[in-house]
Design a binder for this molecule. Structure first.
Ligand code: S3P
Length: 177
């Protein structure tokens, strides 16, 4: 098994499969995973919902920016960003210094089905309906597309298939071996 020759930065709306795809890439290419939300929550000693409630969204966004800057030291790593990380222009610039930025997309229906039972996403809590999700995705789309080097639609695909597409675009082969 050969590692991809670059770090991978996964971005995309909540529920587009960043965590699942990061795990599949890790298995296939033996890279480390950095889950930005997990690191921020562990450092703050509270969940993402608690950070939003007690410190506010701007505080959380600052933590994302600081973490991205720190991650520039890392090699052979897959970074799974929070869904809102690319909303700040500075974050987009920092991501591009880390590695190839891959945008995962999915239809609002797919996203709703994936996030429906989850209560760890403060921006969707009490807002889990199709029109809200579709509007939020559309509002964010320019920022996501500005950050992306590669865009991969995940609808109807397995994590392994998505991995293959990433390897193809990053290394020019579905195998990367
Ligand atoms: C957010 C997405 C979440 C988390 C926070 C804010 C967003 O990450 O960072 O709730 O603004 O889209 P996931 O995309 O991993 O759910």
């Amino acid at each position: 098994m050969k590692a991809l020759e670059t770090n991978i930065v996964l971005i995309g709306f909540m529920g587009t499969g960043k965590t699942t795809v990061a795990k599949a890439l890790q298995q296939r290419f033996g890279m480390d995973i950095v889950e930005m939300d997990q690191i921020i929550a562990a450092r703050e000693g509270m969940s993402i919902s608690e950070i939003f409630a007690s410190r506010g969204e701007a505080y959380f966004r600052d933590a994302e920016t600081h973490l991205l800057i720190e991650l520039q030291q890392r090699e052979n790593v897959i970074i799974s960003c929070g869904g809102g990380t690319p909303l700040r222009e500075v974050n987009t610039a920092e991501m591009k210094k880390i590695g190839r930025v891959i945008l995962l997309t999915a239809r609002p229906e797919t996203v709703l089905a994936r996030v429906e039972a989850d209560h760890g996403r403060p921006l969707l809590e009490n807002n889990k309906d199709l029109s809200h999700i579709a509007a939020m995705m559309e509002q964010r789309r320019p920022r996501y597309e500005a950050a992306a080097d590669v865009i991969i639609d995940t609808d109807g695909k397995s994590a392994e298939e998505i991995c293959g597409e990433i390897a193809e675009t990053v290394c020019g082969t579905g195998e990367a071996e």
